[in-house]
Design a protein around this ligand. Structure first.
Ligand code: THU
Length: 138
């Protein structure tokens, strides 16, 4: 469960992350911010490549940063921002990448899809039902 104040901070962090986007090919800057049980926030932005298909999404970059820092769970919320007039939801690959980190800590994070005028609030299990995760390999 994430508190209202913390939610505002998380959204600001995602917007700030999007400012660092490297997206010269799509001109579609995305920001993601992950909130953890201990109060930590980890951000990511999309990083594109001249070989277009190699683009890294903002959410995946954020998960990689968190896991590189040693985090293995405790994910309670994720904010995602795009540049358009409507909120964007994480792509399919990012849902799976988020699910790995979430399942390691046994959480079902709230996904805040932030648009300029409205927010879509979903859980990861709503976005990725019947997910395949680490538990399946036990
Ligand atoms: N993108 C993300 O960063 N996250 C998503 O969930 C959807 C798409 C990026 C990839 C690419 O750099 C740009 O948005 C346009 O697809």
């Amino acid at each position: 469960m994430i508190l209202m104040n913390d939610e505002a901070k998380l959204i600001d962090a995602a917007r700030e992350a999007a400012r660092k986007s490297y997206s010269p090919y799509s001109s579609f800057p995305v920001g993601a911010a992950l909130a953890f049980e201990n109060g930590d926030i980890v951000t990511g932005t999309n990083i594109e490549n001249a070989s277009y298909g190699l683009a890294l999404c903002a959410e995946t970059v954020a998960v990689a940063k968190a896991m590189d820092a040693g985090t293995r769970g405790g994910l309670i919320a994720v904010a995602v921002t795009g540049p358009g007039p409507e909120p964007i939801t994480p792509c399919g690959r990012c849902r799976q990448v988020l699910n790995e980190l979430a399942q390691l800590g046994g959480t079902d994070p709230t996904i805040l899809c932030i648009g300029p005028d409205r927010t879509i609030r979903l859980t990861l299990s709503e976005l990725l039902p019947h997910a395949f995760g680490p538990a399946a390999l036990d």
